[in-house]
Design a protein around this ligand. Structure first.
Ligand code: PEP
Ligand code: MN
Length: 345
C-alpha cells in the first residue's frame, strides 16, 4: 500500500510507480477515499528492491506492508478508516436496517409498494427486494426483469435506496444502469470468483455498495473476507459482510445461525457487518431473537425480510418474512442494544 505525501499522485507519478511495481510482477490499484487516494500494490509485495525504489520516491510518504491474504480488507489496512454511507447512515456510527421482501412479485407490484412504505415507517433506511432469485428448484419462480422497474419505482416513492441480488453479468449491468445503489452477492455466489471479479470491475469508480452474504459452505472467516477482497481490489472497497447462516442446518432452523461470528470478523477486518437473521433461522417467529442476538454480538445492522402480508408473498416470504409491526419492534430493540453496546465501549 503506497501512501502519498499529497492527497493523491499526479498522472506522471502514477506512471512512475506503475513502472516500478510492474517490473516486479505487481500492479497498482488506486483506492479513492473521501480525502486521500491510496495506491494498493496488488500482487506479491515482498520484493525488497521494489519496496526500496518506491520508498525512495520524494512524493511517497510511506509504504505499508500488511502480510495478510486480504490486505485491503484487513483491520490493519490503511482503509480501516474508510466510511461506507447509505440511506443517511455512516456504517459504524449508527445501525443500518435493510428490510423488504425476499422476492418482488411482478404480478402484484402493490404488495411491494405497500411493503416499501411500511418498512420505511418501521425504521428501515434501505429497501430490499429480490428481482432475480437463486432458486434450488429449477421450476420455481426465478425472478423477472420487470421487477427491476417495480424496485426503482418503490425507491422513488419512498426515497429509500434499494438493494437487490445479481447473479450474472447481464443482471449486474441492468441493475447498475437502473441506478441500484446496493448490490447483493447471495450465499450461493459468495464463492463464485468470476462473478466477484465482474462485480468488482463494474463497481470500481462508482459509489455502489456490495452486500456480500456468507456462503452456507464457507468454512473459515478467511474465505469470507477474501471474497470481499476480490471485489475491493478493483478499487471500490464499499463491501459489507452479511452472515446469514451456514450448513449444516441446526434441526428446526433453515441454517446454522452464525451471528456469533461478528466479533471474530471485527478482529480481522474493518468491513461493516450486517447480519441477515431471516435466512439464518428461516422462520418468521424466530427472526427477532436472532436479529437481537446479532446486535448483541456487535453487528452494524440487520437485513430482514419483511412483507405487508407474508402469506400472499412468494419466494421465502410466506415462511420467513416478518410483518411491519414485528419489524418496527425489532428495529426499536435493536437500536437500544446498539446504543447500550456503544455506551459500554
Ligand atoms: C435472499 O436474500 O433472498 C437470498 C436468496 O439470500 P441468500 O443468498 O442468503 O440465500
Ligand atoms: Mn430470501
Amino acid at each position: 500500500m503506497i501512501l502519498p505525501k499529497a492527497n493523491h499522485l499526479t498522472p506522471e507519478q502514477v506512471r512512475e510507480i506503475t513502472e516500478i511495481v510492474e517490473s516486479s510482477g505487481c500492479r497498482i490499484q488506486p483506492i479513492v477515499g473521501a480525502v486521500r487516494t491510496i495506491y494498493a500494490i496488488v500482487g506479491d509485495e515482498r520484493d525488497e528492491l521494489m519496496i526500496s525504489r518506491l520508498e525512495g520516491l520524494p512524493y511517497v510518504e510511506r509504504i505499508d506492508r500488511i502480510q495478510s491474504p486480504f490486505k485491503l480488507m484487513d483491520v490493519r489496512s490503511d482503509l480501516s478508516t474508510h466510511q461506507i454511507v447509505i440511506g443517511g447512515v455512516i456504517l459504524g456510527k449508527a445501525p443500518l436496517f435493510i428490510a423488504g421482501q425476499c422476492t418482488i412479485d411482478p404480478k402484484n407490484p402493490d404488495y411491494f409498494y405497500e411493503t416499501a412504505q411500511a418498512v420505511k415507517e418501521a425504521g428501515a433506511q434501505v429497501l430490499r427486494g429480490g428481482v432475480w432469485k437463486p432458486r434450488t428448484n429449477p421450476y420455481a419462480f426465478q425472478g423477472d426483469d420487470k421487477s427491476l422497474e417495480i424496485l426503482m419505482e418503490a425507491s422513488r416513492r419512498t426515497g429509500l435506496p434499494v438493494d437487490t441480488e445479481v447473479m450474472d453479468e447481464n443482471q449486474l449491468k441492468l441493475a447498475l444502469d437502473a441506478g441500484v445503489p446496493m448490490l447483493q452477492v447471495g450465499a450461493r455466489n459468495a464463492l463464485n470468483y468470476s462473478l466477484l471479479r465482474q462485480i468488482g470491475a463494474a463497481v470500481a469508480g462508482r459509489k455502489t455498495i456490495v452486500l456480500l452474504k456468507r456462503s452456507m459452505h464457507m468454512g473459515t472467516l478467511h474465505e469470507f473476507i477474501s471474497a470481499a477482497e476480490y471485489i475491493a481490489n478493483f478499487g471500490n472497497p464499499n463491501v459489507i459482510l452479511c452472515p446469514r447462516g451456514t450448513a449444516p442446518a441446526l434441526d428446526g432452523y433453515r441454517n446454522h445461525p452464525d451471528e456469533s461470528i461478528v466479533p471474530l470478523l471485527k478482529d480481522r477486518t474493518w468491513a461493516p457487518v450486517v447480519v441477515d437473521p431471516s435466512h439464518s433461522v428461516g422462520k418468521a417467529s424466530y427472526v427477532p431473537a436472532c436479529a437481537l442476538a446479532a446486535m448483541a454480538y456487535g453487528a452494524d445492522g440487520l437485513c430482514v425480510e419483511a412483507h405487508v402480508q407474508p402469506s400472499r408473498g412468494i419466494g421465502d416470504d410466506p415462511k420467513q418474512a416478518v410483518t411491519p409491526d414485528v419489524l418496527a419492534e425489532t428495529i426499536r430493540m435493536a437500536r437500544e442494544i446498539w446504543a447500550l453496546r456503544r455506551r459500554a465501549n
